[in-house]
Design a binder for this molecule. Structure first.
Ligand code: SAH
Length: 214
């Protein structure tokens, strides 16, 4: 399989063509081999234009969605980001190239362990893992400059908002129902919050104390 060729095609046809053109995001996606994050039998489809199952009823997000969220998050390499929903670890790897420090929480231990193992191969030394319910955030490491939630929520929990940098923080999450959502971005500036709506999307639910019920 010519993964390099498939990756370049993915970037051109799925990401650039749909308007994501942040150079740092595109470079990060060029540098992370997506086929390492899917199941062995799915490797040849890793650069296809869709989400894919990763086991435990969860999915690796569609490449375009990863690019879109990364750009929407307004990345900067001197900032600290919290990710909720490690899943395959693919988005985590992209974040690690875009940010100074990445704190990532996953509810399902098997997935977190698998992601850790894959991510070890990339010499990324700025990722910190935690297994558990991310809907309460990671209080000990707050405040975060950015929070990205890679699963659906009915609303962004107050407890997460309390952990964002209120001067200049940004939160990005798919917000809506269990089946379909709209990307939401909250931008903080000098203690004021501004809510924006992005594209429609379909994510697996975030399940937890301040998320959906099992
Ligand atoms: N960014 C990941 C997306 C995985 S899907 C990827 O592209 O691979 C969303 C993930 O959120 C799933 O792995 C799911 O197990 C996890 N999740 C669900 N509820 C959670 C919670 N309360 N805290 C942390 N992770 C959660």
């Amino acid at each position: 399989m010519d993964y390099e060729m498939l990756k370049e095609k993915m970037i051109k046809q799925q990401i650039l063509a749909r308007g994501v053109n942040n150079k740092k995001v595109l470079d990060a996606m060029r540098n992370i081999p997506r086929h390492e994050f899917v199941r062995e039998k799915d490797k040849e489809y890793a650069y296809d234009d869709c989400a894919m199952p990763i086991g435990e009823g969860q999915t690796i997000s569609q490449p375009y969605i990863v690019a879109y969220m990364s750009e929407f998050l307004m990345p900067d390499n001197d900032l600290k980001v919290l990710e909720i929903g490690t899943g395959s670890g693919y988005q985590t790897a992209i974040l690690a190239l875009l940010f100074k420090e990445v704190y990532t929480i996953e509810r399902i231990e098997i997935l977190q362990d698998r992601a850790k193992k894959v991510l070890k191969n990339f010499n990324l030394d700025n990722i910190y893992f935690r297994t558990g319910d991310g809907t309460s955030g990671w209080q000990e490491k707050a405040p975060f400059d950015r929070i990205i939630i890679t699963g659906a929520l009915q609303e962004i929990p107050e407890i997460l908002k309390e952990q964002i940098n209120k001067e200049s923080g940004v939160i990005v999450a798919p917000v809506g129902g269990r089946l379909i959502q709209k990307m939401q971005r909250i931008i903080y500036k000098d203690n004021k919050e501004m809510v924006e709506e992005g594209i429609g999307c379909v994510f697996v639910p975030i399940i937890g104390k301040y998320g959906f019920k099992e």
